[in-house]
Design a protein around this ligand. Structure first.
Ligand SMILES: [Zn+2]
Length: 521
């Protein structure tokens, strides 16, 4: 039987990052891109370069530093967009320009204010222009699922003629259902002249909870590229979840190869799924719901007595995948207090971190402190320490001292000492609870009072000495900033997370960072 690959096109850094409040710094984008390369994705959509200098620079750095996957940049069907995309991805060994224009009557009439023949002409010109930068050009008719089928056939045939090599069929608004989408892909495959030489791609949104099901229906009907994001991150209800697509293809080969079809596989190293998911969750501040398929905390937890009994006797009674297959479980104790600097550095590199000597020194000191409190230091601890120590932004404010008093029948109070550049301030406050008191003291010490939108805390690993990781989201002037802090003391972790968010807010203000236009696709 013949075997075919389904290419995984990851758009966590482009479409995923558009999720409200998920914005990532350049350093964080690079860290995710590095892990996506380890995970084995085929294409990384690194950004939308024309939208802002920061987007351009992030895309350029991913193109320069990440080897393995094809690096793609998004561009509307316009001259400036394609110039910016072409320049941003120039340093990449394998590169792609992904250009798009809306083709549904509602988008053409109200958004573009253009006639179909003008849209077709723009699409062809965009592909021709992109071809002057790269061979590998992807074209998307935005809102394809609400477009007229005959116009889709016409525009796709025209862009193939102009040199497009991948044709993506986006369900921009998450409107279509699996049976319909599968049939649409099959019809396009049969009816678009020249489509045989191109890869058909899916891009599905989850507004009706169908993103993964739709993508798989398309795959079953001949699509060989799936656009998706880690943890299903994305605007509104999100994009198709990478981990669900990959594990469905991996767990049900019988279905995809039935009725004489080729057997399918992906290039994903599934044992990296859990780590990638955790990293994206931590850096974006989007906590994974416990019952999330594949990567939720309960995805492999069996509680019903009869299930537990069955799994103990024979795992496959109730388990269709093993936790090990996504990189969970097994013994992962790697380091302890006797680990030397060299072993520590090695492990950091294996985990995908590229640190300077100074950063290693800093993180190693922190590691020794933790190893004293906690006998076994896991990879997750190590990643948390490094993310905590090696900050993406300048630490304008630093929490030097925190004291909290609380108990039954007393008013929780907190005192802090903070450094702001070379000035030291102290403040004390009371609150509804110890965290609230600490936050009030920090607000007084810094003179800043952003609105706290979201607060969560989780244990990085199990055990009573586990590191606690706090994530907060603050808002000021409509902009959102995420902060994280870790400590074996959860109040301290919470305070550090708040200070981290404040630092991100202040440094974004200092850089005069403006968000560029965001696009729907
Ligand atoms: Zn999208």
């Amino acid at each position: 039987m013949s075997e075919e690959k389904v290419l995984i096109f990851d758009t966590t850094l482009r479409d995923g990052e558009q999720a409200p409040g998920a914005s990532l710094s350049i350093t964080e984008k690079l860290e995710i891109a590095r892990q996506l390369a380890v995970l084995g994705v085929d294409i990384i959509e690194a950004g939308f370069p024309v939208s802002s200098p920061a987007q351009f620079e992030a895309t350029r750095l991913v193109a320069e530093q990440i080897r393995g996957p094809v690096i793609a940049a998004l561009a509307r069907a316009s001259h400036d967009d394609i110039e910016a995309a072409g320049k941003a991805i120039a340093p990449a060994k394998n590169r792609r320009i992904h250009t798009f224009i809306a083709t549904s009557p509602i988008h053409m009439q109200y958004k573009l204010k253009k006639k179909p023949d003008e849209v077709l002409k723009m699409a062809v010109e965009a592909v021709q222009h992109a071809k002057t930068f790269v061979d590998d050009v992807e074209f998307s008719p935005e809102d394809a699922c609400r477009s007229e089928f005959s116009f889709l056939v016409e525009i796709l045939a025209a862009v193939i003629e102009a040199g497009a090599t991948t044709l993506n069929i986006p369900d921009t608004v998450g409107y279509i259902l699996p049976y319909e989408y599968g049939r649409m892909i099959a019809r396009l495959k049969a009816e678009v002249p020249g489509i045989g030489t191109c890869t058909i791609s899916t891009h599905c949104h989850n507004d009706l909870g169908m993103a993964v099901a739709n993508s798989l229906a398309a795959v079953r009907n001949g699509a060989r590229q799936v656009e998706c994001t880690v943890n299903g991150l994305g605007e509104r209800a999100g994009n198709a979840a990478l981990e669900e697509i990959v594990m469905a293809i991996c767990t049900r080969p019988d279905f995809f190869s039935s009725e004489g079809l080729s057997s399918l596989s992906t290039n994903i190293k599934t044992t990296e799924i859990s780590r990638t998911s955790q990293l994206v969750s931590r850096l974006t501040g989007f906590v994974i719901q416990p019952n999330k398929a594949i990567v939720g905390a309960n995805a492999f937890a069996h509680e019903a007595g009869v299930h537990v009994d069955g799994v103990l006797k024979e795992r496959s009674t109730y388990e269709i995948m093993t936790p090990e297959s996504i990189g969970l479980g097994g013994s992962r104790v790697v380091l302890g207090r006797h680990t030397g600097r060299h072993g520590f550095k090695d492990r950091c590199e294996q985990l995908g971190f590229r640190l300077t000597e100074a950063e290693i020194e800093q993180a190693y000191g922190r590691f020794l402190e933790l190893a004293d409190k906690k006998k076994e230091v896991f990879d997750e601890d190590l990643m948390a320490i490094i993310n905590d120590e090696v900050r993406a932004v300048e630490q304008i404010y630093e929490l030097q001292y925190l004291h909290v008093a609380c108990g039954t029948g007393t008013l929780p109070t907190a005192s802090v000492r903070m450094r702001c550049r070379d000035q030291v301030t102290t403040a004390a406050a009371c609150g509804d609870g110890p965290v609230d008191a600490a936050y009030e003291a920090i607000r007084q010490a810094t003179g800043l009072s952003p609105k706290l939108e979201n607060y969560s805390i989780r244990a990085v690993t199990g055990g009573k000495e586990a590191l606690g990781e706090a994530t907060v989201r603050i808002r000021e002037d409509g902009k959102k900033f995420i902060g994280r802090g870790i400590s074996t003391d959860i109040i301290e972790a919470s305070a550090k997370a708040y200070v981290d968010a404040i630092n991100r807010m202040v440094s974004a203000k200092n850089r005069g960072e403006e968000d560029g236009p965001k696009v729907q696709l």
